[in-house]
Design a protein around this ligand. Structure first.
Ligand code: FES
Length: 258
């Protein structure tokens, strides 16, 4: 007889097998190649002018000061991050070229980094970019239903931005909150690069993610962390199940008696 959790896990594994049996055209999931190529478009091509703002130029200087002058290339990630924040959550080819020029490397060295790390977006995202964790613990706990609820509520496909520019939905791999799976992260660009935040919402349900979206739309700030009122942070639902009394100290040997 399966325990409920084991039965659920077994059901999910069957679903996962089913997904990988489908051809790419049968599923909405984007495969890794989609994340790696670039096609020129009117707002994203090497001739689009792009530069750091005056405020961010000061930040660039500060970031570079953390590295020896002959190792400027080590600043590639913080500089790409700053460029992405300035550009409303995504990196154009011109922004990556600007970073390459600053750190004095061939642009391909910067493209390699930006295509490897999924926190860098190379296509437009919404003011609130909603990232659903798709790794196994979250998948077993229902991340597919979470994503479906978001896509259906917002009327977009994965990677698309809503018509009002406010929301987009993407996927990330494990974000380290498996104990409170399933979870989503919201990259919030509503206050520009100065007020940019990256917020985790854990123990979410399809209903709760829709509520979070609507709160964001109204300009409210949903409480981050677990969305399960029965839990304190990552503690067990309903209160402690172990360590209920004073812990018994370990026995001490009387060394003098040895
Ligand atoms: S699997 Fe989703 S946070 Fe780790």
């Amino acid at each position: 007889m399966f325990a409920p959790a084991a039965r659920l896990a077994s059901k999910r594994l069957l679903e996962i097998r089913q997904i990988f049996r489908q051809s790419p055209s049968q599923t909405s999931r984007s495969f890794s190649t989609a994340l790696n190529y670039h096609i020129d478009s009117p707002d994203n091509n090497p001739n689009t002018p792009w530069d750091f703002s005056d405020t961010n130029k000061e930040k660039v200087k500060d970031i570079l000061s953390h590295y020896p002058s002959n190792y400027k290339q080590s600043a590639v990630i913080p500089l790409l991050d700053l460029a992405q924040q300035q550009h409303g959550g995504w990196l154009t080819v011109s922004a990556m070229n600007a970073v390459a020029k600053i750190i004095e490397v061939a642009p391909i060295r910067v493209f390699e980094v930006a295509t490897f790390y999924s926190m860098f977006n190379r296509a437009k995202v919404g003011t609130y970019h909603l990232l659903v964790c798709g790794t196994t613990p979250c998948m077993i706990r229902g991340s597919r239903e979470i994503e479906d609820a978001l896509l259906k509520h917002l009327g977009v496909k994965r990677g698309e931005v809503t018509k009002d520019g406010m929301f987009s939905v993407g996927e990330m791999e494990c974000m380290g909150s498996c104990v409170n799976a399933p979870m989503i992260t919201v990259a919030d660009y509503s206050k520009g690069s100065e007020g940019y935040t990256y917020n985790y919402y854990e123990d979410v349900t399809p209903k709760r993610v829709v509520e979070i979206v609507e709160m964001l739309r109204r300009g409210e700030i949903p409480k981050v962390g677990t969305q399960n009122p029965q839990r304190i942070m990552s503690g067990p639902e309903g209160g402690n199940t172990t360590l209920l009394g004073e812990p018994k100290p370990p026995p001490c040997r009387d060394l003098d008696a040895c």
